[in-house]
Ligand binder design. Structure first.
Ligand code: PLP
Length: 454
């Protein structure tokens, strides 16, 4: 199994070997957890809520992501962006792994402090803060915070003159899923003036921060942002500030693009902020840590049969199945309604521009997590489905079209991988559906288990 890198002792090859093994164990554990849960339900007599949607979270995946971070960006200390997924167990593991935390509000700061994390491991990375929250962090001793405009500097001078300030600069976030620079970030035209004002107000500017946009896909955005940050470090020096920290923000995805991003960023940091300068490097990854650790299972609560483009309302909607479980009622397609949707954990479709892909967990009384049948969806002769959420709103559609060989019916289960980022944190209770769903925790890495038991 994988183990925390101590003094650079985890070699890349060992990591890859451990990774492959860990992923296998993860599949097994997640599959077992999903299976046990859906097979334990008495579908005839269960209580309301018993067949609710639920998550399986693999904390081992978070641990693997942390090792991957350390291998690729060894000089950059991550401050996990709590907003992405404030799951308590996830935060506790990250705290045990030694990360810092990027918080955006009083509630997030409270949650992190409650875990016993030292205030110095928190950055209040919200350039436009609520007055009373600034007073709150002053009382709690959370000193690091960002700013990007003159009004905010005056606010901080009044409410928390001892704060340690990071000047957040504008980036080119045009390649990202969620653009942030429309709203935040000082342009290089304004940074000099802001540093001058900070000096005039007697404030302590300690660093520069940026964010290339959440779900970024162009690594050169990091290069440009690091270059701009370097310019601002020099501007600050002209005002007598000896900046100590560069915060490279979030934007990292958990897929293969991470290595590309990290390699461009690492090279840029080595060129503009080499180790001998003594500048601390931090980041605010959210999605990178949370996304792949959470799998969501949803129950099919209703189905509507569509024949020749219109709904079938009479008995011919009960299609017949052949011996191998496949459908054989001509050209019918189905609308299936599941017990989670855009107003729930699939809020990521709206807010985070995601396209979650359904896989079959259970159909026709058979549980088939990760089976070949569950993946055989592409063929043209497979049955077409659209997948809808449970609310009354027509916008509440998860998938416009997907094909499965299996016939899906009420009571069957679907699952969706990579559902950890910007999902349950932005779920509502619209139409009276709960946004509190069970999370079943598994851990595919003994190293993470040991930390959690501390
Ligand atoms: N830091 C700040 C200030 C953010 O606004 C966000 C996301 O909106 C993040 C970090 C996390 O970004 P990501 O999840 O893309 O890593």
């Amino acid at each position: 199994s994988l183990n925390i890198i101590k003094n650079g002792s985890l070699k890349h090859d060992d990591y890859l070997r451990g990774l492959a093994n860990g992923k296998l164990v993860a599949k097994q554990l997640i599959g077992d957890a999903l299976r046990q849960r859906v097979e334990s339900i008495d579908y005839e007599f269960c209580e309301p809520g018993d067949e609710d949607t639920f998550f399986v979270a693999d904390l081992g995946e978070v641990y693997r992501q942390h090792l991957r971070w350390k291998l690729n960006l060894p000089r950059v200390k991550p401050f996990y962006a709590v907003k992405c997924n404030p799951d308590d167990r996830l935060l506790r593991l990250l705290a045990a792994l030694g990360t810092g935390f990027d918080c955006a509000s009083k509630a997030e700061i409270e949650q992190v402090l409650r875990m016993g994390v030292d205030p110095s491991r928190i950055i209040y990375a919200q350039p436009c803060k609520t007055n009373s929250y600034v007073r709150y962090v002053a009382q709690q001793g959370v000193r690091q915070m960002t700013f990007d405009n003159a009004d905010e500097l005056r606010k901080i001078a009044r409410l928390y003159p001892d704060a340690e300030l990071f000047l957040r600069i504008l980036t080119d976030d045009s390649s990202s899923l969620c653009r942030l620079s429309l709203k935040f970030g000082a342009s290089l035209d304004s940074t000099d003036g802001l540093l001058g004002l900070a000096r005039q107000l007697g404030l302590s500017v300690v660093g520069v921060s940026f964010h290339v946009g959440s779900g970024a896909s162009d690594p050169t955005a990091f290069l440009k942002a690091v270059q701009d940050a370097h310019v601002v470090f020099q501007q600050a020096a002209a005002y007598g500030y000896n900046l100590k920290t560069l915060d490279v923000g979030g934007g990292f995805c958990s897929d293969d693009t991470f290595e590309q991003m990290a390699s461009v960023l690492r090279a840029a940091l080595d060129e503009y902020f080499p180790a001998h300068t003594g500048v601390n490097l931090i980041a605010e990854p959210g999605r990178y840590y949370a996304s792949s650790a959470f799998t969501l299972a949803c129950n099919i609560i209703a189905r509507r049969t569509i024949q020749d483009g219109s709904a079938v309302s009479v008995s011919d909607s009960s299609s017949s199945m052949s011996d191998d479980g496949s459908m054989n009622n001509g050209d019918a397609s189905y609308m299936v309604y599941v017990n989670d949707g855009l107003y729930g954990n699939f809020s990521s479709i709206m807010f985070d521009h995601q396209h979650p892909v359904a896989k079959i967990l259970r159909a026709g009384g058979r549980t088939m997590y990760d089976s070949v049948a569950a993946h055989e969806s592409a063929s043209e002769d497979a049955i077409e489905y659209s997948i809808w959420g449970p609310t009354c709103d027509g916008i509440d559609r998860i998938t416009e079209s997907i094909r499965f060989r299996e016939i899906l019916d009420v009571g069957d289960w679907l699952y969706f991988e990579d559902m950890g980022a910007y999902t349950k944190c932005s779920a509502t209770t619209f139409n009276g559906f709960s946004n509190e769903h069970d999370v079943i925790y598994v851990c595919s890495e003994p190293g993470a288990l040991a930390l959690m038991e501390l």
